[in-house]
Design a protein around this ligand. Structure first.
Ligand SMILES: NC(=O)c1ccc[n+]([C@@H]2O[C@H](COP(=O)([O-])OP(=O)(O)OC[C@H]3O[C@@H](n4cnc5c(N)ncnc54)[C@H](OP(=O)(O)O)[C@@H]3O)[C@@H](O)[C@H]2O)c1
Length: 249
């Protein structure tokens, strides 16, 4: 098998679950060396055991210093940084009347400010050898969902930040976003709690896709690999929707 990321050093946030875990595994299978991020130490350590050339650094992406430490670890352990894949995300469920100020800020800090924090420390390293910055946004950047105001706002803003970074750091650094539709991870089941009947909500999401199924984390990992690899060397400043056709249904 051709290894599309041979010896590339990658930071993957949200690596302890769902899409981030699939992306880390896929990148590993293509020869990447990995700094794995997440808060759940058990799941993070377990993944690091499975993936050669990977190090798990536990922490909270809403802490600016933690982001700095992820970049430092990449340099100290592997000598360079080539790719950053940002997947950590939370929902912050609740309509604007009920949502607390704390939950609003926690959602914005995790889904949006963490991108700014990481770019602050990662971009200078990515500029050295040419690099790649990949943001996992959502179709929630384009579409409202009941009781997801902080989530939708954070995801829409992440695309604004993505474009800004793409413009400022071209041509050395490519910056892109992925906008998944409903993907079968723990997050979609948490998201469904915002609906009266969660099981029916997930089923409705599946049936609303043109392709009649939820996405899998591996579907997203394949797109992340494409965008992070040389195959996408003329793609920057783009948000790629991967949603089984749900936005057009
Ligand atoms: N599933 C979907 O349908 C869907 C659709 C569109 C977009 N997305 C986006 O895709 C990304 C991945 O989500 P997923 O569906 O794979 O969900 P998931 O399985 O729930 O994974 C979320 C990940 O984010 C990490 N995380 C959350 N808050 C964190 C924090 N403060 N600091 C560090 N890590 C944190 C979690 O790690 P710990 O638990 O270890 O902290 C976990 O690894 C998210 O940005 C999400 O918004 C999901």
């Amino acid at each position: 098998m051709e290894q599309k990321l041979k010896n590339k050093v990658c930071i993957v946030t949200g690596a302890t679950s769902g899409m981030g875990k699939a992306i880390a595994t896929h990148f590993h299978d293509h020869g990447a060396k990995l700094i794995l991020s997440g808060r759940n130490e058990e799941r993070g350590k377990q993944l690091a055991k499975q993936l050669t050339n990977s190090i798990f650094i536990p922490g909270d992406v809403s802490d600016i210093h933690y982001n700095e430490s992820l970049v430092k670890s990449a340099i100290e352990n592997f000598g360079q940084l080539n790719i950053v894949s940002l997947n950590a995300g939370v929902l912050g469920l609740g309509n604007v009347i009920d949502l607390t100020k704390e939950a609003w800020h926690q959602t914005l800090d995790t889904n949006l400010s963490a991108i700014f924090y990481m770019s602050k420390y990662a971009i200078p390293e990515l500029q050295k050898n040419g690099g790649n910055f990949l943001i996992n946004a959502s179709i929630a950047a384009y579409k409202s969902f009941p009781n997801h105001p902080a989530y939708c706002a954070s995801k829409a803003a992440s695309l604004g930040l993505m474009k800004q970074l793409a413009v400022e750091y071209a041509p050395k650094v490519r910056v892109n976003a992925i906008c998944p539709g409903p993907v079968d991870t723990p997050l979609i089941w948490d998201s469904a709690k915002a609906f009266a009947n969660p099981e029916a909500a997930v089923d409705n999401a599946k049936n609303a896709t043109l392709l009649n199924r939820l996405g899998t984390p591996e579907d997203i990992a394949k797109l992340a690999l494409f965008l992070a690899s040389e195959d996408a060397s003329w793609i920057t400043g783009t948000a790629m929707t991967i949603d089984g056709g749900i936005l057009n249904a």
